[in-house]
Design a protein. Structure first.
Length: 562
């Protein structure tokens, strides 16, 4: 990954120093240096984790013991680019007051609660981040002020073309690559490793434009039989049928952005003509379709409560947010949420988390962004219903409540004397932490309760094998990191050496071993044929598979094999 220096935001800038032989700090915070490792490599790795979180290069200054300062860029893949010129001066950060919270000892193993009363200037600190759209038109709104979000019963849109079933026994299309269909930062388990003090991750707080129903439009009716979905042959992994219950053409996932979303009873797609549509997962018919969306990359996500999910369409520069879906169609048109430049969205928790380059974070609650205050040295990892999870590279985490209260939680070690090596991820009530292992050649993954710090499940794995992304999709009891599969419902874990987990769906973990696809459970390995489509999710008990390429894509609903 290479990026011109002028394209990299001015903040954050990490200062790497070496106060003593074999020691390093990042922005003044000591970095853990494993035995036998170089201090500089350990410090650069801390900064690289932040680049992975932001999915872009970040700026750093490498300060030699003699005082010489070297400005450089650190890419997510660890590539270093040394610069001939100093870093540009950043814009002043919002004035965010520090908060003091009591950190319990690891022996206490409990969370302390320190109320922090919001001050009158809480919102003013974010005022400059409001993106004004007074003279712009929210997505889905016509330029004449007439809003058309749905089609009325007498104005049914031209339906998306149904997928044509291929010859019996042959796959309908080439399976879509899982790494193409999912962005790293927007996966069910994104890489959200916090780093040392000084990281500035800002919420681009936004203006919210609420769209209204036009007087002459109402809820859409179900489309005609001309748009019905059809069965099709599909190369599915073991455990799923080789013929779909139904298949339908959808927009191809652009730039790795998902064009399908599933949570609870909600199954949404982006149609080939760029409409957001809600499907009946039982037969694939369209229950509702919105107006065509503007050109540009789009991504669909379903978040929140599985009983009433919130549908989100991520656009370039903002979101379209539909109210909680308790019926086959939205109760009203979407809310348009605009971001300031440089904002980044992740979905590790039950709510979308918006971060940016200037020191703040915000969660999407309902149809509005709610900012939280990050303590110095912490980074926002995930947003859940009641709080934002913020952590440090090797320290306790914080639960930043939307009521202004902060809870500091110190995790209990999986064994006496274990040291935190890194925070691997979190959200949905848990935090995944990589600890030092029982021997020199091992590490330990421990999954902790986010509120108490106690260990829910864990396993020892070969050293270096726990460096991939933490994967934990909403509503699934299974989670994974590298070769470790964790069943949070049962409180147990298993290790399959050589496997790297890539996704979780339908009670199985999908990944690779020696470049070949495999599926895992806590009880063993299931062979996956080369070329099989990997389940994207599960809806109404059926696996949702995607096949296709950059120009055409098909979504399949596949029943379990008998």
């Amino acid at each position: 990954m290479t990026t011109h220096a002028s394209d990299v935001p001015a903040t954050p800038v990490f200062v790497i120093e070496y106060p003593a032989e074999g020691a390093a700090t990042v922005d003044g915070t000591p970095v853990y240096v494993p035995e036998g490792a170089e201090a500089r490599h350990a410090a650069i790795d801390e900064v690289r984790f932040t680049a992975s979180l932001l999915d872009r290069p970040v700026r750093a200054i490498d300060v030699d013991p003699n005082g010489t300062r070297y400005p450089l860029l650190v890419d997510p893949d660890g590539t270093l680019t040394f610069l001939a010129e100093p870093h540009p001066d950043p814009d002043p950060d919002p004035d965010v007051p520090d908060r003091e919270v009591h950190t319990p000892s690891s022996e206490e193993g409990a969370a302390s609660t320190t109320p922090t009363t919001p001050t009158d200037d809480h919102d003013s600190a974010f005022g400059e981040w409001w993106a004004r759209i007074d003279e712009e038109h929210p997505p889905g709104q016509a330029t004449d002020g007439h809003v058309g979000d749905e089609h009325g019963p007498h104005e049914t849109p031209d339906p998306p073309e149904a997928a044509q079933p291929p010859a019996e026994g042959a796959p309908s299309t080439t399976p879509a690559r899982p790494d193409r269909a999912r962005r790293r930062a927007s996966r069910s388990g994104p890489r959200v490793t916090p780093v040392a003090i000084g990281l500035a991750v800002a919420a681009a707080v936004t203006v919210v434009a609420v769209l209204v129903w036009p007087d002459d439009e109402s809820a859409g009716s179900r489309t005609s039989t001309a748009s019905r979905a059809e069965p099709a042959a599909v190369a599915a992994p073991a455990g799923w049928r080789g013929t779909s219950a139904w298949s339908r053409s959808i927009a191809p996932p652009g730039a790795g952005r998902p064009s399908v979303a599933a949570l609870g009873s909600v199954l949404a797609i982006l149609t080939p003509d760029r409409r957001v549509a809600l499907l009946d997962p039982h037969d694939g018919r369209i229950d509702w379709a919105g107006e065509p969306l503007p050109a540009g990359n789009l991504a669909l996500h379903a978040t929140g409560d599985t009983a009433a999910p919130v549908l989100v369409a991520e656009t370039e520069g903002g979101l379209l947010v539909w109210p909680p879906l308790r019926a086959p169609r939205p109760a009203r048109p979407p809310t348009a949420v605009r971001f300031a430049p440089g904002a980044h969205i992740s979905y590790a928790g039950t709510l979308p988390l918006v971060t940016g380059p200037n020191g703040s974070a915000a969660a999407l609650r309902g149809e509005a962004l709610v900012p939280v205050r990050l303590s110095p040295g912490t980074v926002a990892m995930a947003a859940d219903t009641a709080h934002v999870l913020a952590g440090r590279a090797v320290g306790p985490w914080e639960l930043l409540g939307f009521d202004g209260r902060t809870r500091v939680v110190t995790p209990l070690p999986p064994r006496p004397g274990a040291r935190i090596l890194r925070m691997a991820g979190g959200g949905q009530g848990v935090v995944a932490v990589v600890w030092s292992g029982p021997g020199d050649g091992s590490e330990t993954l421990a999954v902790h309760d986010a509120s108490s710090g106690r260990v829910l499940a864990g396993a020892d794995a070969p050293i270096g094998s726990l460096s991939s992304a933490w994967i934990h999709p909403s509503g699934d009891p299974l989670a994974a990191l590298g070769p470790v599969v964790v069943d949070l419902a049962e409180g147990r874990a298993s290790v399959t050496p050589g496997v790297v987990a890539r996704s979780v769906a339908g009670g199985r973990v999908y990944g690779t071993r020696d470049l070949h696809p495999v599926a895992l459970t806590v009880t063993g390995v299931v062979t996956v044929p080369d070329g099989a489509a990997i389940p994207w999710g599960v809806s109404a008990g059926r696996a949702i598979l995607l096949t296709g390429d950059g120009d055409r894509a098909v979504v399949h609903a596949v029943d379990p094999a008998p």
